[in-house]
Design a protein. Structure first.
Length: 226
């Protein structure tokens, strides 16, 4: 019986460690997803310890919680549509369905690492590292502004004067397709539909980014010949 108690303590310690070492939004997701399993395992252990008066209710609560999560889990398409914008340092992706923004570092000491896996201190250190590239800097500012509100107060002063404009003449058709997240050869209607949907998500008036808005407008103009 002592072994069951050690297993329970070990599971609880592991869960607490994960919750305390992950970003807040990831910890919330972890708690929701692992909570039912933890209750079920705890209930089974209590039952094996002949404490069924506690174990059986915990098991039923865990099963009911798990079923509720499955019932409310949104059905996602196996082909998630994403828009991609690249700069010298970053490759940013905007998920069409969820509106989630994430990025991957393309070069330097953090090459290959996703922004969502970095702490705020690491992001701010990276921010200072890429000061010489305005496009990369503006992309990173978009990410920081969405997931780390008030980051400017904790960052060192940086160079100013960036207007976030995107030059349509420098964008290739292939990049334009990636920015809008449409397949090569998409019709005019498909291009406009993707542009309208994405522009609502990233427009500055909605708390988005002037740089991403300019990129979307440039991509639309390239593909439509405007």
């Amino acid at each position: 019986m002592a072994s069951y108690a050690f297993i329970l303590i070990g599971l609880l310690a592991a869960l607490l460690y994960l919750l305390l070492t992950q970003p807040a939004r990831k910890s919330a997701t972890l708690l929701v997803n692992s909570g039912p399993l933890f209750l079920i395992v705890t209930g089974v252990i209590f039952t094996l310890l002949r404490l069924g008066v506690i174990g059986v209710p915990l098991t039923f609560v865990g099963i009911a919680w798990w079923r509720r999560i499955r019932a409310h889990k949104p059905v996602t398409s196996s082909k998630s549509r994403k828009s991609t914008v690249r700069s010298a340092w970053l490759e940013m992706e905007l998920d069409h369905d969820t509106g989630e923004l994430d990025g991957r570092v393309l070069t330097g000491r953090l090459a290959g690492i996703r922004l969502s896996s970095l702490s705020e201190d690491e992001l701010l250190s990276f921010y200072r590292e890429i000061q010489s590239d305005s496009d990369s800097l503006t992309l990173l500012e978009s990410y920081l502004g969405r997931y780390h509100p008030g980051w400017q107060d904790r960052a060192q002063s940086a160079s100013s004067g960036r207007n976030g404009a995107a030059n349509a003449g420098e964008m290739s058709p292939q990049e334009a397709y990636e920015v809008l997240g449409v397949a090569p050869g998409a019709s005019r209607e498909e291009i406009l539909e993707a542009w309208r949907r994405l522009i609502k998500r990233v427009h500055p008036d909605s708390g988005g980014s002037a740089f991403l808005t300019a990129k979307l407008n440039a991509a639309k103009n390239v593909l439509l010949g405007e």
